[in-house]
Design a protein around this ligand. Structure first.
Ligand code: URA
Length: 194
């Protein structure tokens, strides 16, 4: 068998996601949001799902929370242009930005699993409770209880932190996210260099 080509597989997956009709969320979407960033990124950021701006443009984290995320990543010399792949738990916008339902998450999750397997990042950042709970199944802890802590799965270092949108409700969360991103960037440079 010829060796697998992650780029080709990712492009195939992207097409699949853009045309997906597996759950009712596709009915109201303008665009499915696949994710973006270099496919060989060693860091993957996982959010909840597209909002209005993301749905309009077909790109993840391009609204207010996205600008804040970009700013905080850039403080650590990280960005979706260079070294971070950004994806979401669900690829289509839930109406009125509600939290995605369990069934929608379950239906969409295999796309994220394949993205994780193709990008194969050494670091994963889970933004907020939905990403955290969806990734680990049911989880009783709150983000505040586990943020900033490493969870190691095989060669992968995973850290939950607050969702950047939480900063608009409580400004003090910004410093926690910044602290966590600093920790992640430090370990990333230690292990991967760059
Ligand atoms: N919030 C998310 O969780 N994901 C996005 O893509 C945008 C906002």
């Amino acid at each position: 068998m010829p060796p697998k080509d992650p780029h080709r597989q990712m492009e195939k997956l992207r097409k699949q996601v853009l045309g997906c009709r597996e759950c009712p969320l596709h009915q109201q979407r303008n665009m499915a949001v696949f994710g973006e960033g270099p496919y060989e990124s060693q860091i993957m950021v996982i959010g909840e799902g597209p909002g209005a701006k993301e749905d309009e443009l077909g790109r993840p984290f391009v609204g207010r929370a996205g600008r804040l995320l970009d700013e905080m990543l850039e403080e650590q010399d990280l960005s979706r242009d260079r070294n971070v792949f950004i994806a979401n738990i669900v690829k289509c916008r839930p109406p009125k930005n509600r939290v995605p339902h369990k069934k929608e998450i379950e239906t969409c999750f295999p796309y994220l699993e394949e993205q994780i397997s193709l990008v194969d990042p050494s670091f994963m950042i889970l933004l907020g409770a939905t990403a955290m709970k969806a990734y680990w199944g049911s989880l009783k802890e709150k983000v505040g209880d586990v943020r900033g802590r490493w969870i190691t799965e095989g060669h992968r270092h995973i850290m939950p932190t607050y969702h950047p949108a939480a900063v608009f409700r409580n400004r003090s969360y910004r410093q926690y996210i910044e602290e966590d991103l600093k920790t992640i960037a430090g370990k990333y440079r230690e292990l991967v260099g760059g």
